[in-house]
Design a protein around this ligand. Structure first.
Ligand code: SAH
Length: 263
């Protein structure tokens, strides 16, 4: 495989900026992407966009800005992606697999044959919420001075894009990753969301949550499914199980209904 064809995989990587306050950071992120050969930018509800300041700071990466896709929530930005990393300056108390950029990008590249992957960046003042992190398979943390851990948004985008480029320039890595093939296609973000909702309904029906907080329980279960790289076929099997559980509910209700009529 030639270096160029490896590098063409950069087109399968989405950079997603959530709720960016400063349009200058959007421009600087576009510049960072173009320097490294990435092209697909999603903007989730930016505070000010389009913007002259973004154009100015993009230093000529106007094509990236012109083609940027503006959406209203993160769900739309990662729709169709088979693997999503959320970036954070802070390590969270909830368990996500946490990777440094190099490891994270190796993980991401294991899935790149399957479809698009996304790296999500948070707000300048508050980063990504836990709800947003839940849409991600892993947390990418750039190791920094613990007393001063937060990079400028565009600087964080630069580090990540650089690591993608380095990884794809390394022919050995690309070959190994290219060899990996799946029997089945990975489930995308929407398919997983649908399965989680179904799982919630089934567990709720079984009375499984009891005194447990359903949000915490669901968060742990989602974290498990993300780590497992769940495939589309597996999603179908699990949904079949949940339907069977819920179907039993319907059948049981029908029986109760019939019994009531008889008595
Ligand atoms: N005050 C925020 C920091 C936001 S910095 C917080 O505590 O989360 C804006 C964004 O840049 C972050 O949401 C993240 O996407 C990225 N970023 C900044 N520093 C980072 C780091 N050390 N590792 C990974 N991403 C980082």
């Amino acid at each position: 495989m030639t270096q160029q064809s490896n590098l063409s995989r950069l087109k399968n990587i989405r950079i997603v900026l959530v709720n960016t306050s400063h349009p200058g950071n959007i421009g600087a992120a576009a510049r960072a992407m173009k320097n490294m050969g990435l092209a697909t930018l999603y903007l989730v509800d930016p505070k000010e966009y389009p913007s002259l300041e973004a154009l100015r700071r993009s230093a000529g990466a106007i094509d990236i800005l012109d083609n940027a896709i503006v959406v209203s929530d993160l769900k739309q930005a990662v729709a169709g992606c088979v693997w999503v990393a959320g970036t954070s300056a802070r390590l969270r108390t909830i368990e996500w697999p946490v990777y440094e950029p190099r490891q994270c990008i190796q993980k991401a590249l294991e899935n790149i044959e399957q479809g698009e992957i996304a790296v999500v960046f948070g707000r300048e003042n508050s980063g990504l919420s836990n709800d947003e992190m839940e849409k991600c398979n892993a947390l990418l943390h750039i190791p920094t001075n613990p007393d001063y851990s937060s990079l400028n948004l565009a600087a964080a985008v630069q580090v990540v894009c650089y690591e993608f480029r380095l990884a794809l320039m390394d022919e050995k890595t690309a070959k190994v990753k290219g060899k990996k093939h799946y029997q089945d296609v990975l489930a995308d973000a929407n398919q997983l969301e649908g399965m989680y909702q179904h799982l919630y309904e089934a567990l709720d029906h079984l009375g499984f949550f009891g005194r447990n907080n359903p949000d915490v329980m669901m968060r742990r279960l989602k974290s498990f499914f993300k780590r497992a790289n769940t495939t589309q076929r597996e999603v179908s099997i699990f949904r079949g199980i949940y339907s069977a559980i819920l179907g039993r509910k319907i059948k049981r209700q029908e029986k109760v209904g019939k019994a009531e009529k008889l008595s």
